[in-house]
Design a protein around this ligand. Structure first.
Ligand SMILES: [Zn+2]
Length: 446
């Protein structure tokens, strides 16, 4: 059964996937894929069936192994439920059992329709883009498409020579057969399936700016057409990375890759160790620069420290938006205070009747969630003071790295840090109640 009312019918509370080995063959001209996914599935309660998400791709075989022994497993893709793959293990298995499932599948991937537009695998004019959030992973691989299921991944992609495919982690070409080239990536940090991705285009690797000590390798991937503009627009990234490492602690992944799709994209998007931008984000404006900072900050808030239910999206977006203000101050453009005050004024001009921690599925990606979330972070900074706030934030990331968080958990965390700032429990509760549980916009935090 689904665990999240914001994405009904997706995910399961009976299993998580700990590791994925995916071998995917992509035929770009025909928009067809054929894959074999080896899934290390952990049962989180006693069950006979494993329910996976797989959107409109046909499965030809499923093999199951427990403790090195093959099982008599069967599978079905219910017609009334075309986004689900149900594997029957033949008998009930206890909680904690590790089942290795090998799923062979193929078809024409299509994005999911949702209240937030189309999600997942998207065919471009000359390539592919995957926008996984919140439930698009199942458009290209079998998975538990829920943020509480975290996997490491080995992804091998085969596509036509002349294209550069990009997936998560550290990758390199491994073999060439005729006009087909295979690439392999290894992602060693466990992330939810929606943060796995593949981008394919007539890209090339553009060297990023000169490396800075203490900063992970930054890679820039763009088409020859946009290479120069991409290089210029993303030039602040090493300094952004240094500012965020200083504020939030070590960068959670091994590399950071910015991909510029050869298209106009309405919004940029984060994935594990990667961000995706459109050609429209290369204009050098503050509006684009703040988004470049925003996506990078998601590597800490969202990708390493992840919500358990989508109603808590502010725990990703509020911190990523606040990071834009941090970058505005670090780069000498403005101050956090004046950026926050402007955002508060804009919110004050608009009536809002919704609650930050449960805005409702259709509203969850609305800008007011992002800005009110960022103002909540700013209210915390003002309550605790700069130094205790900074330590509290770094501890929040450190303690919850590659784990699941919620708003009550953040409140408890702030309570634990409050005495160091001589802040009372009542003050912490008053802040969380006003900013996260009531619809009215509180006064600008003093
Ligand atoms: Zn965001």
């Amino acid at each position: 059964m689904s665990t999240d009312p914001y994405v009904p019918g997706i995910g399961t509370d009976a299993a998580t996937i700990e590791h994925i080995v995916l071998d995917l063959d992509v035929r770009l001209a025909a928009n067809r894929i054929a894959g074999t996914a080896v899934l290390h599935v952990r049962l989180t309660r006693q069950s006979r069936r494993v329910e996976l998400d797989l959107h409109r791709l046909r499965v030809s075989s499923v093999a199951a192994v427990v403790d090195g022994r093959p099982l008599k497993a069967s599978f079905s893709q219910p017609r009334r439920w075309p986004s689900r793959l149900v594997v029957d293990l033949g008998e009930s298995r206890s909680e904690g059992t590790l089942v290795e499932l090998t799923v062979s599948y193929a078809g024409t991937p299509v994005p999911r329709r949702s209240p937030w537009g189309t999600i997942g695998w998207e065919e471009l004019t000359d390539g592919v883009l995957v926008a996984g959030q919140p439930h698009g992973a199942s458009t290209w691989l079998p998975c538990v498409d829920s943020p509480v299921s975290r996997s490491t991944a080995d992804i091998t992609l085969t596509c036509d020579a002349g294209y550069l495919p990009v997936a998560n982690g550290v990758g390199a070409p491994v073999r060439t057969r005729g006009s087909r080239v295979a690439w392999r990536w290894r992602l060693s940090q466990p992330v939810p399936a929606y943060l796995l991705t593949v981008q394919i285009g007539r890209y090339r690797l553009v060297d990023a700016a000169a490396p800075v000590a203490g900063v992970p390798p930054l890679r820039l991937i763009a088409s020859p057409r946009t290479e120069q503009r991409a290089r210029a627009a993303l030039a602040p990234q090493p300094a952004m990375m240094a500012a965020f490492i200083d504020a939030y602690g070590p960068y959670p992944f091994e590399e950071y890759t910015a991909v510029v799709a050869d298209e106009v994209l309405e919004i940029p998007l984060e994935a594990a160790g990667m961000s995706l931008f459109g050609t429209n984000h290369l204009d050098g404006s503050w509006e684009s620069e703040r988004l470049i900072a925003h996506e990078m900050a998601h590597q800490w808030f969202g990708n390493a420290v992840t919500l358990g239910r989508w109603a808590d999206l502010w725990l990703h977006e509020g911190f990523a938006c606040w990071s834009e203000w941090l970058w505005a101050e670090a780069s000498g453009r403005s101050t956090i205070s004046s950026m926050a005050r402007r955002a508060w004024q804009r919110l004050a001009d608009e009536p809002v009747g919704l609650v930050l921690t449960d805005p409702g599925a259709p509203e969850m990606f609305e800008d007011w969630v992002y800005k009110r979330g960022a103002l909540t972070v700013e209210a915390l900074r003002r309550l605790l003071g700069r130094d205790v706030f900074g330590s509290m934030l770094r501890a929040w990331v450190q303690e919850n790295r590659f784990g699941t968080v919620d708003t009550p958990g953040l409140r408890a965390h702030v309570h634990a840090w409050a005495p160091r700032a001589s802040v009372t429990p009542a003050q912490v509760d008053a802040l969380f109640d006003a900013w996260t549980l009531r619809p009215e916009l509180p006064p600008f935090p003093g």
